[in-house]
Design a protein around this ligand. Structure first.
Ligand code: ADP
Length: 404
């Protein structure tokens, strides 16, 4: 019987889980699933094998669904997992936690004291942190002996030099922790762990994590030196529903002239802007790319234009560029976005191989990474599928091995 590691990624209205078999050399995914629609009138659970066949499914409606919070959902999931272990024994749980603040610059074992400390960072990530912590608290209460690990989206960026982390604000504000942290760190760390296989050890690389949330990270020798996200995950690129970088004067204007309060602004910046706000149609890149509406095209053009400008900024922070890597839903699957971004980065020496970009699956070797730049390109361009869950499982196993 081999051991298993549970990975939990809890958002505001959903909890995703993955189960990895802890084999001698590798961590093999054998079951994954999610509950969506927590605290709405329609919650839905589904679990699948990696091949896609459904292993379990359930729906809750009305008041039953409304009462289904993160604690209840975690208890349901743990019950389901314990009856679907396929002969494995759970040895640990790894959690994705968005913010480690200034204290947690590496994954950490979770106990009540650590969870209390992490809860003090809720104001730094109000839409995510409390939900990230809820399943860990629930498991600590129900199964106190189970080893739990927190993996932080900010941690990978702890290597950035102080200048890259600073805002030009007075010391009494920066001393409160108001600085640039950076996010998507687990995705970047996973990509960094594969750069050596691409011949990019020691290289200057910009990784574009383009999903519903989107950011860029400048890596020198696999270490983060700058990123587009800052104090919160709303800075930088336009995203599915987030606006990205905005002149702070716009916020003052909206408060003075449109009488918007903090919660109105939060909703505007996080939920009503980005691809959705500009297009007025959808936050989903697939919908926008197939829409005949000019506003859909405008949203996609603004997205790629801003990426192009930020690539220039990060290349300056790196003092050069050897490779550009695309990852996450849009980065891995949208040939159009990749083509436009590479076009904007042509002045840096990026020369796309149009056929490889259009049909990367033709060239894709087993590990999934595909080179999409021409052989003559001075800067290489790659697609590297990300796997944040695998990264969390690896960290969890490493801490577990150290703890036992
Ligand atoms: P999250 O940040 O929620 O993990 P993902 O990494 O799954 O998001 O990315 C979601 C985005 O990827 C959506 O905008 C979706 O439209 C886009 N996407 C997924 N598949 C494709 C595709 N085949 N072509 C274009 N965009 C795609």
């Amino acid at each position: 019987m081999s051991n298993a590691i549970i990975v939990i990624n809890a958002g505001s209205s959903s909890i995703k889980f993955s189960l990895f078999a802890d084999e001698t050399r590798q961590l093999e995914l054998f079951l994954k699933g999610q509950i969506e629609g927590l605290r709405t009138d329609n919650a839905h659970f589904i679990a699948r094998h990696p091949a896609g066949d459904v292993v379990g499914e359930r729906r809750w409606t009305g008041t039953e669904a409304g009462a289904f919070d993160h604690d209840a959902a975690t208890r349901f999931l743990m019950g389901f997992i314990n009856t679907h272990l396929e002969g494995h024994k759970v040895e640990a749980v790894g959690h994705r936690i968005v913010h480690g603040g200034g204290d947690f610059t590496a994954p950490a074992a979770l106990d009540a004291a650590v969870l209390d400390r992490l809860a003090t960072f809720v104001p730094l990530a109000p839409l995510h942190q409390r939900h990230n912590l809820a399943p860990a608290r629930s498991i600590l209460a129900s199964t106190p002996g189970l080893f739990q690990v927190g993996c932080f989206d900010t941690a990978f960026h702890a290597t950035q030099p102080p200048l890259a982390q600073a805002f030009a604000l007075p010391a009494e504000i920066t001393d409160r922790g108001v600085r640039r942290y950076g996010f998507h760190g687990l995705s970047y760390e996973y990509i960094a762990s594969h750069l050596g296989e691409l011949g990019l050890d020691g290289a200057k690389v910009i990784v574009a994590h383009l999903g519903n949330g989107a950011s860029l990270c400048a890596m020198d020798g696999g270490r983060s030196v700058a990123s587009t996200m800052g104090f919160t995950a709303v800075e930088g690129l336009p995203m599915g529903t987030r606006c990205g970088t905005l002149d702070p004067g716009v916020l003052l204007y909206l408060m003075d002239e449109m009488h918007m309060g903090p919660r109105d602004l939060e909703k505007l910046l996080y939920q009503r802007s980005g691809l959705l706000g500009v297009s007025g149609i959808s936050s989903d890149m697939r919908t926008l790319e197939t829409s005949p509406e000019p506003r859909a095209k405008l949203a996609v053009d603004l997205f790629t234009y801003r990426i192009g400008r930020e690539i220039g900024s990060l290349a300056a922070a790196l003092g050069g560029l050897d490779a550009l890597v695309f990852t996450a839903g849009i980065g891995e699957h949208s040939a159009g976005v990749r083509e436009a971004v590479c076009h904007h980065a042509a002045w840096l020496g990026v020369e796309l191989d149009g056929a490889a970009n259009a049909r990367p699956e033709d060239a894709r070797p087993e590990d999934g990474a595909t080179r999409i730049s021409a052989p003559s390109s001075r800067v290489a361009a790659w697609i590297v599928p990300t796997d944040e869950e695998q990264m969390i499982a690896r960290h969890t196993r490493r801490l577990l091995t150290g703890a036992t």
